[in-house]
Design a protein. Structure first.
Lengths: 306, 189
């Protein structure tokens, strides 16, 4: 028994890494095109980018607080939620992470999410609904999934990934505004760069493509966080059973809750959408069956039967 | 954490850090003579028990190994599960040196079996008079830190812990980042 060399509990997932890398590369290419178009369009367009940059900083530094209050979540002390704190503490030791702030949202909607730009500024939030619905082991799997997001810095990655998409959408929305001032007076001046109309067209294309790429990236990050959860807890099956419970649980949710939560979908363990069939391309989360299948492969590796 | 890991997601749980567990053997003298603490004759290793076929046999082997390591074969070992689903292999021996050796044998057996990354911590039960004190060794980071429960629910005596850190000085590699002094509530030792 002692001589058996098992290097790690799990193998690597090169396919997932490659897909993530290619998606990232795709975003870089699309954004480079946008930057070129911005420069070609001149000062007005660059101003839009600077304004967007300001919003970007606000988003990075304040979005966690805004999102928490939007969800009606409150930070809880160890005395208020001893079980939740103790579970997270042990997972943090295992994942070698500093302890995040712990928050609870008073809602029947069973969900959990992670916020914050870095592991040192992270908050993990669970709803009272999810704590009632799941067993301790299942909840541990879900919390480890959220810590996986923290560990992988997903909030930062997605915020950066969405930056130029945001710029593009501003240009589409307000471009005519900025363009109007110049276009009228200097319409006879042909050599002041590309003008605003081509920029708006480029922006529309960039926004559309980057939107799809970001959704794909977000789905890959979900798989990565599921994987992290399996690594941290050593129990892929606990997360599987949590996902199955959550999916059937989500179907019972009243619609009012969903609209308020819509903007945060990317950071939820299960996106709060019901009664609506969305094509896989437009979704921030992979279908639960696929996530379960990936976790089952991990369990098989763990059992040495893969 | 490198850019590549951020881009593609972290894939590994940290295994045990360079082993500084035996610093506890030497520090035990200072803890006893200068700080006036007493060993409660118990130590434990906390890990996630996996439901795999070979895990149970590794744990069984481990129990035999520990029986054979102590100088007078007096180390008792038993396993207890806590409310968070973690398993505690509790060693009992009046000889503190044997406790440390036993803990090292347990972690060695888990590592040899390929489950080193499942180890959470080693815990040594001490006391100051009637006040229980735990010295926790975080295997991922290779540091010790004190944990003094203050009696009430989820309350710990941080002042006492900081005093212990100052008193032990350089005898033990103490976790420098106070945020990593994670408590272990409901320790069955």
């Amino acid at each position: 028994m002692m001589g058996m060399a098992r290097p790690t509990s799990f193998g690597r997932d090169r396919g997932l890494q490659t897909r993530m890398f290619l998606t990232g590369l795709g975003l870089v290419v699309v954004y480079a095109i946008l930057i070129a178009a911005l420069i070609a369009a001149g000062a007005g367009a660059l101003l839009v980018a600077v304004i967007a940059g300001g919003f970007f900083l606000v988003q990075i530094f304040a979005s966690d607080k805004l999102a928490l209050s939007a969800m009606g979540a409150k930070e809880v002390s160890p005395a208020e939620a001893p079980q939740l704190h103790a579970t997270i503490e042990r997972l943090c030791v295992q994942a070698d992470l500093p302890k995040p702030r712990v928050a609870v949202a008073q809602t029947h909607m069973p969900n959990a999410f992670a916020l914050g730009r870095s592991p040192k500024h992270a908050t993990v939030c669970a709803t009272t609904g999810i704590m009632d619905l799941l067993s301790p082991a299942e909840l541990e799997g879900v919390l480890a999934h959220e810590l996986g997001h923290v560990q992988n810095r997903d909030v930062m990655v997605m915020t950066i990934a969405s930056f130029f998409a945001t710029v593009a959408s501003y240009i589409v929305q307000f471009g005519f505004f900025f363009g109007g001032g110049y276009g009228g007076g200097y319409s006879d001046d042909d050599d002041n760069g590309g003008g605003i109309l081509p920029l708006i067209l480029v922006s529309i294309v960039v926004y559309a493509i980057s939107f799809l790429l970001m959704q794909a990236l977000s789905r890959y990050r979900e798989f990565a966080a599921d994987r992290a959860s399996a690594l941290i807890t050593g129990r892929p099956t606990a997360l599987i059973s949590a996902l199955m419970k959550l999916e059937s649980g989500m179907a019972r949710i009243p619609k009012q809750d969903l609209r308020t939560a819509e903007g945060m979908a990317a950071f939820f363990i299960i996106p709060p959408r019901v009664g609506q069939s969305i094509s896989g391309l437009f979704s921030t989360h992979p279908p639960t069956e696929k996530r379960i299948a990936a976790l089952q492969r991990l369990e098989a590796q763990l059992q040495g039967t893969a | 954490m490198g850019l590549w890991e951020v881009m593609t997601g972290k894939r590994k749980v940290k295994g045990p850090a360079p082993d500084r567990l035996f610093a506890m053997s030497t520090a035990a003298v200072t803890l006893t003579t200068q700080l006036g603490l007493t060993s409660r004759g118990e130590a434990a290793i906390v890990f996630q028990a996996l439901a795999t076929a070979d895990f149970a046999s590794i744990v069984a082997d481990m129990q035999e190994v520990v029986g054979g390591t102590s100088s007078d074969a007096g180390t008792k070992i038993e396993s207890r599960d806590d409310e968070f689903g973690y398993r505690w292999m509790v060693l009992r021996d009046e000889d503190f040196e044997d406790l440390v050796v036993g803990i090292n044998a347990v972690s060695g057996a888990l590592q040899a079996g390929g489950y080193g990354d499942r180890i959470l911590a080693a815990v040594f039960a001490w006391a100051n008079g009637k006040q229980p004190i735990y010295w926790i060794y975080n295997y991922k980071r290779g540091f010790f830190y004190p944990f003094v429960p203050a009696g009430g629910p989820q309350s710990r005596d941080s002042e006492h812990e900081l005093r212990l850190q100052a008193q032990i000085g350089k005898e033990l590699p103490v976790e420098p980042d106070l945020e990593r002094w994670f408590p272990l509530w409901g320790a069955p030792i």
